[in-house]
Design a protein around this ligand. Structure first.
Ligand code: APR
Length: 237
């Protein structure tokens, strides 16, 4: 008999790697080949907004042709079936891609924002936008020109939805981290919070993460293989 559980799932770039989206710190990663200080900080944007808009516009173009993979689909299945059993899945993603949604996941908490959303630096208005970010764009909320930025959390900025995340951690029966290096806080600290709350923890990754020691259980292998296996185990396949 499958137990209804409240499951907290944290995903990182590794869950989208097999969909063709680069991670950040692997050998071909975005921060391995680009200077994050120039592309993912408010200071870098202030210095050269055109360069930053170009970087995120290129990532939007790549995302247009990316499809969700078996890991995204397995998590969407887990959410559907666990909810039907009276449990819940709180999916907190560090990713700014929309592949969880494209896989049919209903509730996705993007703590680092969303690549397909543009924000106005003047009025903070935001709107779905899959096209290129340019200085010529007019904010549909306040009418200002030249104030667009990606609705993405940069280094030095506050992650989003932290109250909801903390509450979901407290209510969880199981904490699982998938495809994250465990190198960026506060997300990298969630496993320690779960442990302190006495919640069982599991890591799914192709290799040991920076905080692998904090996990009770580790499943090593590609997300497209291991996530489906783990979901099958939870749902009693
Ligand atoms: N299957 C499972 N895990 C994988 C796969 C795969 N196919 N490919 C890579 N990984 C793992 C890597 O081993 C690594 O542990 O995914 C992780 C990717 O780590 P990072 O590139 O550091 O990405 P992430 O942990 O999501 O980064 C966190 O850092 O730059 C910020 O905001 C950015 O959200 C990002 C945050």
């Amino acid at each position: 008999m499958v137990q209804p559980l409240n499951i907290f799932v944290l995903t990182g770039a590794g869950v989208s790697a097999e969909s063709g989206l680069k991670t950040f710190r692997d050998s071909d990663g975005l921060w391995t080949h680009n200077d994050l200080a120039e592309l993912a900080t408010p200071e870098g944007f202030a210095r050269n907004p055109a360069r930053v808009r170009e970087f995120y516009s290129a990532r939007r173009k790549i995302l247009e042709i990316a499809a969700p993979n078996k890991a995204h689909l397995a998590l969407a299945r887990l959410e559907k079936e666990m909810t039907a059993l009276g449990g819940s899945v709180f999916l907190c993603t560090q990713n700014v891609d929309d592949l969880h949604e494209k896989a049919g996941h209903r509730r996705v908490v993007h703590m680092h924002g969303e690549l397909t959303v543009t924000r106005c630096t003047m009025c903070s208005g935001r709107w779905t936008d899959r096209g290129p970010l340019t200085a010529a764009q007019v904010c549909p909320e306040c009418g200002t020109v030249g104030t667009t930025r990606p609705h993405v959390v940069w280094f030095g900025e506050m992650p989003m939805f932290m109250d909801q995340i903390e509450q979901a951690l407290e209510e969880a029966d199981l904490f699982v981290a998938i495809g994250t290096s465990g190198s960026v806080y506060p997300a990298a600290g969630f496993v320690a919070e779960a442990r302190a709350l006495g919640i069982p923890t599991c890591e799914i990754n192709v290799t040991r993460s920076d905080n692998t020691h904090a996990f009770d259980r580790r499943l090593y292998g590609p997300a497209t293989e291991k996530v489906g296996q783990w979901v099958g185990e939870v749902l009693g396949d």
